[in-house]
Design a protein around this ligand. Structure first.
Ligand code: NAP
Length: 345
């Protein structure tokens, strides 16, 4: 099979197309033919080893001390089950699925194996393969932080910094679904898009102060790392929460203490990669409550260009890569027709 592999950290040039043996599923695994994947912020961090200032060594501990531990990037995908292991009962060949290998990576390839009870779920037929591939990374992060960790409530006011990114655009939609009043922060060119996603108010961070005197929120969510506690604290009501999805190193270590001393709370850490959360966001997508934003779509051969676009730090939502297998016998449209008519409650 064709895949993209890297042996050293660096620019998109470190990514090389390679031919590898097609993996074989173990008894509890399924083999998936990947139809679409994305280049996510997770891929960018792992490839370039870009970490918040002072955390470079932690990046090496996570991604590999001397060089990348996981040679194939790709945190999320959609595809079709090609083969099932001997013990797998709840998937069969031709099932269309959405997978979230997440920190295990491996989706920048024509095939991947995953445990059948892992972060994998059936793809509803009203979601295209392209959109399906762009669901897991942003939406599970947004869902885990807003719903599970910060417990955003109906009627609360929330400021979302980085509202046009993959995580931010999912935060806007999920916060609206939860019944919050959303103020979205992005550049002027993305204002209309985030309004379309449901934002009630938009702040153009290039033209206005993000933290305006006299305006306070129940929750401030930073998905960029440009709203440190020292600045954000003025915009959070007493008893309110700062949600640190991306942030500066000192806030990661001391933010909770600083927030507590100010009568506020900081919610941070790493998003849980969990099958239940994946299923929850796929249900929201199936219901039309959440739709992943797709900025650009690239062919598999243009993987480097996809990385280069993500490296600009300006992508809108998600960058999708369509994986076209040389020996693929069915067209994407035929595969779409074969996807299961999934019924969700
Ligand atoms: N804690 C966790 O577990 C966790 C999980 C997933 C992701 N993350 C982190 O979350 C961050 C966001 O991920 P992502 O996938 O959403 O990234 P992304 O899609 O690459 O974010 C790009 C967006 O950032 C916006 N942006 C850039 N500078 C900005 C600024 N100064 N103010 C406001 N918006 C700005 C851009 O909007 P404009 O073009 O409009 O400026 C662009 O739309 C990454 O650092 C990622 O590592 C953390």
């Amino acid at each position: 099979m064709l895949a993209y592999s890297y042996k050293q950290y660096g620019s998109p040039d470190v990514i090389k197309q390679v031919t590898l043996p097609q993996p074989t599923p173990k008894p509890n695994e399924v083999l998936i033919r990947i139809f679409a994947t994305t280049v996510s912020a997770g891929d960018w961090r792992a490839r370039s080893l870009t970490m918040p200032k002072g955390l470079g060594i932690m990046g090496r501990v996570v991604f590999g001390l001397r060089g990348p531990r996981k040679p194939i990037l790709g945190t999320e995908f959609s595809g079709v089950i090609e083969a099932v292991g001997a013990n797998v009962t709840h998937y069969q060949t031709s099932d269309a699925v959405i997978g979230f290998p997440g920190a295990a990576f491996g989706a920048h390839a024509e095939f991947i194996t995953m445990p059948a009870n892992g972060k994998l779920t059936l793809k509803p037929d009203n979601i295209s393969f392209e959109h399906a591939a762009a669901i897991p990374f942003g939406a599970t992060t947004a869902y885990d932080f807003l719903v599970n960790k910060a417990k955003l409530q109906r009627g609360e006011t929330v400021l979302i910094n980085g509202a046009s990114g993959s995580v931010g655009s999912a935060c806007v939609q999920i916060a609206k679904h939860l019944g919050a009043h959303v103020t979205a922060v992005c550049s002027g060119g993305n204002a209309e898009m985030v309004r379309t996603l449901g934002a009630d108010h938009v702040i153009n961070y290039r033209a206005q102060n993000v933290v305006e005197k006299g305006t306070q929120y129940d929750m401030v969510v930073d998905t960029v790392g440009t709203l440190p506690w020292a600045k954000a604290k003025h915009a959070i009501k007493r008893g309110g929460k700062m949600v640190l999805i991306a942030g500066i190193t000192s806030d990661m270590f001391f933010g909770s203490l600083k927030a507590r001393l100010a009568g506020k709370k900081m919610v941070g850490g790493v998003a849980s990669e969990d099958r239940d959360i994946l299923e929850a966001v796929v249900i929201l997508a199936h219901q039309g409550v959440f739709q992943p934003v797709i900025d650009r779509s690239y062919a598999f051969e243009d993987m480097k260009a996809a990385h280069a676009h993500v490296d600009t730090g300006r992508k809108k939502g998600n960058v999708v890569v369509t994986v076209t297998s040389q020996d693929r016998t069915r067209s994407p449209i035929e595969m779409e027709l074969q996807s299961k008519d999934v019924v969700y409650a």
